[in-house]
Design a protein. Structure first.
Length: 94
């Protein structure tokens, strides 16, 4: 789904069933180490949300795909970005 814009959590489930949506990529910590979290990016490559997988959920197969995330949301005070615990992932490219 090229050109779709990513959405950050809005709290309005009636308009958007996902806590966040966009293209999934790995979040790299400073020093180049992989973290156990991911980032959702909009169509311009801007990070719109940090994604942390719920226990047992493997997000690797969704890398570089347009997805919707369902799960609880909070705000990362350091980054100032929404953080979503991914309980369910929907592939929006299907």
């Amino acid at each position: 789904m090229q050109g779709a814009s990513a959405t950050a959590p809005t709290g309005d489930a009636a308009r958007n069933p996902y806590a966040a949506s966009g293209t999934l990529s790995r979040l790299i910590r400073s020093g180049g180490q992989n973290a156990s979290s991911y980032a959702l990016q909009d169509d311009r490559g801007r990070v719109v949300a940090i994604i942390v997988p719920a226990g047992g959920l493997n997000l690797e197969r969704y890398l570089k795909k347009e997805i919707g995330i369902v799960g609880p949301t909070s705000t990362n005070p350091t980054l100032g970005l929404p953080t979503v615990v991914a309980e369910r992932v929907i592939d929006l490219e299907r």
